[in-house]
Design a protein. Structure first.
Length: 78
């Protein structure tokens, strides 16, 4: 999903070259924060739920698998 986000961000930034340097800087910072922390947040949230006994590990695996499959299929259809 990060690769897809990166490609969309790149296309958008090339189509809008008239943005100011401040806008470009903020865009790059936002892109880096999103790309770095997005893949880390889902496993961390799942681990927290398992540790606090809010959800069983056996119920979480199909959800993570569905998210992964959806991400791959969405990326391949574009």
């Amino acid at each position: 999903m990060s690769c897809y986000f990166f490609s969309d961000w790149l296309i958008f930034s090339r189509h809008h070259p008239t943005s100011t340097p401040e806008d470009r800087f903020l865009s790059v910072v936002m892109f880096l924060i999103t790309t770095i922390f997005w893949p880390l947040m889902i496993p961390m949230s799942c681990l927290e739920m398992v540790q606090k006994k809010r959800i069983d590990f056996s119920k979480m695996i199909p959800v993570l698998l569905a998210i992964f499959v959806f991400s791959i299929s969405y990326y391949l259809t574009e």
